[in-house]
Design a protein around this ligand. Structure first.
Ligand SMILES: [Zn+2]
Ligand SMILES: [Zn+2]
Length: 188
């Protein structure tokens, strides 16, 4: 079995954290890494003990939900709370950081930002990252790495489709189904 890359490992962790998000507008996860070790993680949610957007609805001002603390902020604050150094660290985030998080990331001494999805990438954030000498790169999560049965599923689907073909279904009809299954079940 192939081992997954560090990038995929940490990016998967951020996506896992995003599943804990309590805001309905966007679910974001962030993982801070130093020397290939996860030192902190966060997702966007309310302050501890506060009401959740998923229960009470978002608190929107100027088209932003102001109830939540962003994932990157939560991860950085966790380091402050427990006295963990962030200098020279890397941060893996599911979405390109907003301006405020961008500034916090720079100020925390984080040197590398790895993000999965573009999200309103603000030109000023890009400029600030550049000026501060951070490395910013995009790494999309290959979701199939999390499915350890993907090959089995593909084989089963291929068998089923073959049976359909031998039962008289047109090969032209089976082909797109097989292609779709391949896309769903195999590593990119
Ligand atoms: Zn919200
Ligand atoms: Zn943010």
């Amino acid at each position: 079995m192939d081992r997954i890359s560090w990038d995929q490992y940490f990016m998967a962790q951020s996506h896992l954290l995003a599943l804990r998000s309590t805001c309905t507008r966007l679910t974001v996860g962030a993982t801070i890494v130093r020397d290939k070790r996860m030192i902190a993680g966060g997702y966007n949610g309310s302050v501890s003990g506060g009401v959740h957007c998923i229960d009470e609805g978002c608190y929107v001002i100027d088209n932003h939900c102001v109830r939540t603390i962003h994932a990157e902020m939560n991860a950085i604050i966790q380091c402050a709370k427990f006295g963990v150094q962030t200098t020279g660290a890397e941060i893996y985030v599911t979405h390109f950081p907003c301006l405020n998080c961008c500034k916090a990331i720079i100020q925390a001494g984080i040197k590398t930002v790895i993000y999965a999805a573009d999200y309103k990438n603000h030109p000023y954030a890009i400029e600030l990252f550049e000026d501060a000498g951070l490395t910013v790169r995009q790494v999309e999560l290959e979701e199939m790495i999390l499915d350890t049965n993907s090959q089995e599923k593909l084989n089963l689907t291929a068998d089923l489709l073959e049976k359909l073909a031998s039962a008289g279904l047109d090969a032209e009809e089976v082909k797109p189904l097989y292609e779709k299954a391949s896309k769903l079940y195999t590593k990119m």
